[in-house]
Design a protein around this ligand. Structure first.
Ligand SMILES: Nc1nc2c(c(=O)[nH]1)N[C@H]1C(S)=C(S)[C@@H](COP(=O)(O)OP(=O)(O)OC[C@H]3O[C@@H](n4cnc5c(N)ncnc54)[C@H](O)[C@@H]3O)O[C@H]1N2
Ligand code: MOO
Length: 388
């Protein structure tokens, strides 16, 4: 049995080699960049107008109107002192423009432009290189591409990026009692639900599973199922069959498939019988079958590994501290990730902390960490991971 810290440290310390691939800009959200990016040109590339209005040459309150420049116009307009042109947001400002006045502060009579106020030098002009200059560092290798990053890369004209590949994930669920939702079931059977939670949590963080297999509680079937799954994945996530029952065959089947144990059992609730192992460059998590245990272990342990394998520098859900809404004592005898709801900046520990209870987790949005035996008073700060 290891502590939570030891388990996380073992995951963090895994030596891995990252793969990279070129991908189109449309498909790189959530990927980490595999190389540094510098700006190929100044952004913006030319002085341009921040407003719909008038580009002014010289600083006066009256000008002779001599033409128009729209966004995208490439013609070179030159202005003489005392002249102005109609201009629109994003349009290249004529050479010698001193300022742009927004149209709401102007009036025009017979080609004479009148300003309601004196313009100021540089007013409403977005300068060449104002955001980035040619050759300037934009992102370092490892930067995780979020929507504004995609906009920035697009604005640099980059249609394809070199990113770290994401791991291929397979899922196995185990249990004779499990029936696919929608299929008929008999007494003693239940509907299989963990794979939907795991697959959903994968999607929540930009991953997806490749194969999903359901295996009966049978040693040979488990061994064969694991062998097949390991033929096509970087990370195998198994749910159930990892405890000490007579029908829990996962651990032995992993050993017989050449998977080396890195830890088994974590001093925590839920998810005590969690297993983590490695075979070459492949990793295996066997998550305890109880629905809340399996999903909690996904968020706390599986997600950081998947992100590390995707080239993330910082991985795992961040921890935030919130004051607790009510007094609470952890009487579970183990450090606990409690199903909780963070609302209006306060955390509430929800009813229904059993490892099989998924309803409370579904209605909440956080895992609140409370140490073994810890006694909290209303307002005390609690470490939380937000899961929704
Ligand atoms: N003698 C002991 N018994 C148990 C221990 C222990 O230390 N000693 N640990 C308990 C804890 S803690 C957990 S968690 C479970 C984990 O057991 P397994 O990983 O072997 O899981 P199963 O026995 O296969 O299933 C547990 C529970 O979850 C339901 N389940 C399983 N898979 C699914 C699924 N895909 N969808 C929905 N529900 C699922 C299953 O029906 C069981 O009710 O062991 C305790 N026992
Ligand atoms: O620790 Mo067990 O994982 O669900 O209660």
């Amino acid at each position: 049995m290891v502590t939570i810290e030891e388990a996380l440290r073992i995951i963090k310390d895994q030596k891995i080699s990252l793969k990279s691939e070129p991908k189109p800009l449309e498909e790189v959200l959530g990927y980490a960049l595999a190389s540094n990016t510098v700006s190929p040109f100044d952004v913006p590339e030319f002085d341009n107008s921040a407003m719909d209005g008038y580009a002014l040459c010289g600083l006066y309150q009256e000008y002779q109107l001599v033409g128009e420049v729209a966004a995208g116009d490439s013609k070179d307009v030159s202005l003489k002192d005392g002249e102005a042109v109609r201009i629109f947001t994003g349009a290249k400002v004529p050479k010698d423009t001193m300022a742009v006045m927004m149209q709401e502060k102007t009036s025009v009579k017979e080609s004479i432009l009148y300003l309601d106020e004196m313009p100021k030098t540089g007013q409403n002009i977005r300068r060449k290189g104002g955001q980035l200059t040619e050759g300037q560092a934009v992102f370092e290798k490892g930067h995780i591409l979020n929507p504004p990053s995609l906009a920035l890369m697009g604005s640099l004209g980059l249609s394809q990026l070199e990113v770290f590949s994401k791991p291929q994930v397979n899922i196995i669920t185990t249990g004779n009692e499990l029936v696919k939702p929608g299929d008929p079931k008999t007494a003693g059977q239940i509907y299989e639900s963990n794979s939907y939670a795991i697959s959903g949590a994968l999607q929540q963080f930009g991953f997806q599973h490749h194969q999903k297999t359901q295996i009966k509680d049978d040693f040979e079937a488990t061994k064969a199922g694991i062998k097949t799954a390991l033929e096509s994945c970087d990370v195998l996530i198994i749910s159930g069959g990892i405890s000490v029952g007579d029908y829990d065959f996962v651990k032995q089947s992993l050993e017989e498939n050449g998977v080396n144990e890195l830890f088994y059992k974590v001093f925590q609730k839920p998810g005590k019988p969690l297993y983590f192992g490695r075979k070459g460059n492949q990793f295996v998590f066997a998550l305890p079958g109880n629905p809340a245990s399996s999903l909690t272990c996904f968020y706390v342990y599986v997600l950081p590994l998947l992100q590390k394998l995707s080239g993330y520098g910082n991985y795992g859900l961040p921890t935030y501290q919130f004051p607790i809404k009510h007094a609470y004592e952890n009487r579970f005898g183990r450090p606990s990730f409690l199903k909780a709801a963070v609302v209006d900046g306060k955390v509430e520990v929800l009813d229904g902390q059993g490892s099989s209870m998924i309803q409370s987790m579904a209605k909440g949005n956080a895992l609140a960490f409370v140490n073994e035996g810890e006694v909290l008073n209303e307002g005390d700060l609690v470490k939380c991971k937000l899961i929704a």
